[in-house]
Design a protein around this ligand. Structure first.
Ligand code: HEM
Length: 407
């Protein structure tokens, strides 16, 4: 990488080390805030991998980079780009690492399971699952840990419903998933991954001739037709089976915000018919993840924000930062339930836009509606400072959310 990357002749921005601090609560990462102040395009070095990468933080640059085929995901898999996570093992079939036209080919077999109409079909089953969990909470009475009793099991159950995990295998599949996303250590997670991926392979094989609307049947059919290879189908299914985790933690942050900001809770309760736009404002504002996600590599020289990103150089975008861009969101650090328009990018942008967006929205809506409606007077059972937060993790959220209500 050269040191001559500016068009204006000025020195490129300094390379800033960005460790991943364990942030509690819903505070915005102060390092990211500093980088945003420094300029639209800065340079960062993350704890693992090699070298440095560009970081784009403005809404328009983030949208441009994420929708521009001159930036490749696949290229990243050929080296050791500076990154947040210690381990780097992209699997064949992973949507996140595919460029066009492969990305479209891979996404096609499962796209049908995540559409708005598929979610409409799923809704009553998801509501039934959630009601069963809340029945249990009500039966046992206050206090209850919402993470353990509802926020974790609900998305696991809904994803298994959508994927087509048979009832008799659910407990095992959920045990593996919990282990993979836990912070119990690399070895335990590795064993669970082997278990889960072995099960997924067998399940996809067994559904080659079984037409069905569940994801494993769709993938079995796609392999049988030769649309995707078996290892690709397995690589596609894994992140989907595990992806429910994002909802657990995002909703954990969302409920924490409602439980600690009486005006927000009041607004949600007073106007249930207008909860949708408030949820969107919370999606915009919530610091969903630590650090940044997956890099891209420039395939040719590209000029952005007065700098030249040279071919071969890695680039990160921060959706969190783009969601706080004052040029697009006036007073961006304030939660404004009446914000309109709200073109946030909490689910990403461009071809890699989150596959589970509609599913995540459905689950969030059901969770908020059901918890507020069925648990009157819902409030934290401990002082806000005593809520425990997840540490050393990609997705931020409360570890436990002890609540009580008027029974
Ligand atoms: C990708 C956000 C829930 C599956 C992404 C991306 C973001 C995101 C920001 C990255 C876009 C990029 O790489 O540029 C979220 C949030 C969620 C959520 C905030 C919950 C509130 C889910 C769920 C699933 C899911 C429930 C599936 C069951 C995926 C997959 C990708 C992805 C497979 C990779 C897509 C690709 O690279 O083509 N998500 N997500 N997500 N998400 Fe989600």
């Amino acid at each position: 990488m050269t040191e001559e990357s500016t068009l204006t002749g000025q020195a490129p921005p300094p390379v800033r080390d960005w460790s991943t601090p364990d942030l509690d609560g819903t505070d915005f990462d102060p390092t990211l805030a500093g980088l945003m102040r420094e300029g639209p395009l800065t340079r960062i070095r993350l704890p693992f991998g090699e070298g440095w990468a560009w970081l784009a933080t403005r809404h328009d640059d983030v949208k441009l980079i994420t929708n521009d085929p001159r930036f490749s995901r696949t290229e990243v898999t050929h080296g050791q780009v500076t990154r947040m996570a210690p381990n780097f093992a992209p699997r064949p079939g992973s949507l996140a690492w595919a460029d066009q036209p492969d990305h479209n080919r891979l996404r096609k077999p499962v796209a049908g399971a995540f559409t708005v109409s598929a979610m409409k079909r799923l809704r009553p089953r998801a509501q039934a699952l959630l009601d069963e969990l809340v029945d249990g909470v009500l039966r046992d009475g206050p206090p209850a840990d919402l993470v353990e009793r509802v926020l974790e099991p609900f998305p696991l159950g809904v994803v298994s419903e959508l994927m087509g995990v048979p009832a008799e295998d659910r407990e095992q599949v959920h045990t593996w998933t919990r282990e993979i996303i836990s912070t119990n250590g690399v070895e335990a997670a590795g064993r669970a991954k082997d278990g889960l991926y072995g099960w997924i392979t067998a399940t996809i094989r067994s559904r080659a001739d079984r037409p069905g609307e569940d994801v494993y049947s769709m993938l079995g059919g796609a392999v049988a037709r030769g649309d995707v290879r078996e290892e690709e189908a397995v690589g596609l299914a894994g992140p989907l089976q595990i992806g429910g985790e994002a909802v657990t933690h995002n909703c954990g942050q969302m409920l924490y915000l409602m439980l600690t900001r009486p005006e927000l809770m009041q607004r949600m309760r007073a106007r249930p018919e207008a909860r949708g736009p408030v949820l969107d404002e919370l999606f915009r504002w919530i610091p969903h993840r630590s650090s940044v996600g997956l890099a891209r590599i420039a395939l040719e020289d590209v000029e952005i924000a007065g700098h030249r990103i040279a071919a071969g150089e890695p680039v990160y975008v921060s959706y969190l930062a783009a969601n706080r861009d004052p040029a697009v969101f006036p007073d961006p650090d304030r939660i404004d339930p009446d914000r309109d328009p709200n073109p946030h990018v909490a689910f990403g942008n461009g071809p890699h836009f989150c596959t589970g967006t509609v599913l995540a929205r459905l689950q969030t809506e059901l969770l908020v509606d059901t918890l507020l409606d069925r648990l009157p007077g819902l409030r934290l059972a401990v002082p806000a400072e005593q809520v425990q937060w997840r540490h050393r993790t990609m997705i931020r959220g409360p570890r436990t959310l002890p609540v009580t209500w008027s029974s």
